[in-house]
Design a protein around this ligand. Sequence first.
Ligand code: P6P
Length: 338
Amino acid sequence: MKRKTLTQYLVEQQRAAHALSAEVRLLVEIVSRACKTISHAVSKGALGGVLGSLESENVQGEVQKKLDVMSNEVLLEANEWGGHLAAMASEEMETIHLIPNRYPKGEFLLLFDPLDGSSNIDVNVSIGTIFSVLRAPASASGREITEEDFLQPGTTQVVAGYAIYGPQTMLVLTIGQGVVAFTLDREMGSWILTSENIRIPEDTKEFSINMSNMRHWAPPVRKYIDECLAGKTGERGKDFNMRWIASMVADVHRLITRGGIFMYPWDSREPNKPGKLRLMYEANPMSMLVEQAGGAATDGNQRILDIQPTSLHQRVGVVLGSKNEVERVTRYHHEAKV
Ligand code: P6P
């Protein structure tokens, strides 16, 4: 049977009971087209003159890669004219990006990490684009959008997704009706539906964490990982495997595909920061995808999607993936507090 394209999937969702709005359908199609452009540039590597770093740093204080800036520009330019957005926010930009007055404005806010894992670009390891869609608050109608309008908990997300630029280029998406995945047919330039109703196994034998930070972890994280390392000889009674790609999109894609637990928890290197990863355009979209696929996502203590943001680029501890493992880590955090 002929496989569906992204367009057919979105048209069918629009017709279905949950009535995906025409603006959201347009938004997803435009973002997915921008991801095709980014995929094309990424795949050229050295041949495209896009590798290497710039002299500049982003708002996170990280050296910007040429592809970081290019990917950001691609997403901004693709989304400015459509009339579906009120404003955008990006890991690569300190302040929000308003839609120029020459274009109509819509009711949605788009947030993105244009190229996550960019430290892997120059060594040809999978990277990706993460995006999240919010509705502009009704109170914003008739006035200019402000950063505060973006500060909504992850439970208010309308759409979440990522593109992963790996051996295949894939788009993994949720509009709140489960998780689906599309594979890019480069010859036709079409996103082809290759996985529907993706479910994350509730148990796993695979954990994903940067072990070099072990001495900096809080006790509950150390306890959990020590038990995994003890394997059959310890109380877990089973051996675990470990993976760390240092590209959140790749590590999360693996657990969405076959189960696992991904952790970037608070550690004592920067005790005043809750974690390394960003809430609004990394943790929230990934948490929506994981929950929609039957997994769980907490900051160690509370559900990530319930966190009320206080600033656009705020960071958060992340523990997400197979439900039973995330619940174990979260339980250890709660026990440590009593
Ligand atoms: P570390 C990439 O820079 C990133 O933001 C995530 O994609 C990834 O999970 C994490 O940082 C890797 O961090 O400290 O292991 O290099």
